[in-house]
Design a protein around this ligand. Structure first.
Ligand SMILES: [Zn+2]
Length: 256
């Protein structure tokens, strides 16, 4: 369902059988941030989510969300992410809520969050809620669920605004915040090139153009190799390495 929502997925080997037993009925989602200090890398907390900490065995959440908007599938079973709390009458968060740990320090050094990560957070939560037949009120921040009040401060996001964005996506009304534009801005005398991504409904000629600029075999298929080459290029230029060729990456490719 995450893939169907156009999101990028990375499976962590063994995820199908990982968990502290099976989950109960899935009622909703708890949103977290990892609070790992230092902005190093896309998902530096991934190993801890899988294996746990000295005081708490892993897995610590079903999903991780990297800074580039990639969802890491950590576990299918029950995870230790919720602790004591209540949301909409549900008190057994570990059994009834899916946990999403988004990579963020929780500090001033890591705010605002990357646009691609926020967009993926909204889209992913909406896709899961749609799948389980629940509305946006079934997604809570850990800080809203946790008891006693103030026990948790994550995620460092305005959850009222978060749910409003999720609602827009679920309703399909108005314009869900597409932070990566669908094409370049229109300019006189120039055809605006569409945004190209792995799994997207891509124009083959645009994919071939990207591939030839990156010295890849121009087969017109935007697969893992092409995505990796785009990520590399973006990383070299201190951009969010999301592997998506939007307006900023088109400029980058033009200047190669
Ligand atoms: Zn948390």
């Amino acid at each position: 369902m995450l893939q169907d929502a156009g999101l990028k997925i990375s499976l962590c080997p063994g995820w199908e059988d990982r968990g502290h037993g099976d989950m109960g009925q899935v009622m909703g989602i708890l949103c977290h941030h990892t609070a790992t200090p230092g902005k190093h890398g896309n998902m530096p907390t991934l190993n801890i989510l899988i294996k746990g900490r000295s005081d708490l065995p892993g897995p610590l959440s079903q999903l991780g969300l990297g800074r580039d908007g990639t969802y890491y599938i950590v576990a299918a079973g029950r995870c230790f992410h919720a602790g004591k709390g209540i949301w909409n009458g549900v008190v057994n968060g570990n059994s009834n809520f899916i946990g999403i740990e988004a990579e963020n320090t929780g500090g001033h050094d890591d705010f605002p969050w990357p646009d691609v990560q926020m967009e993926a957070y909204h889209l992913g939560v909406a896709a899961i809620l749609k799948h389980i037949g629940k509305n946006q009120d079934w997604c809570a921040g850990h800080k809203e669920y946790a008891l006693p009040k103030g026990r948790k401060s994550d995620p460092d996001l305005d959850m009222v605004g978060f749910r409003a964005s999720v609602k827009e996506i679920l309703d399909g009304v108005g314009k869900p915040a597409r932070i990566i534009p669908l094409a370049e801005p229109a300019q006189p005398g120039k055809v605006a090139r569409a945004t190209v991504r792995r799994g997207g409904n891509n124009n083959i000629d645009l994919v071939k153009l990207i591939q030839s600029k990156l010295h890849l075999n121009p087969d017109g298929n935007f697969g893992p190799k092409t995505e990796a080459a785009v990520r590399n290029l973006q990383a070299q230029h201190n951009m969010v390495a999301d592997g998506i060729v939007g307006p900023k990456s088109w400029v980058l490719l033009d200047n190669l």
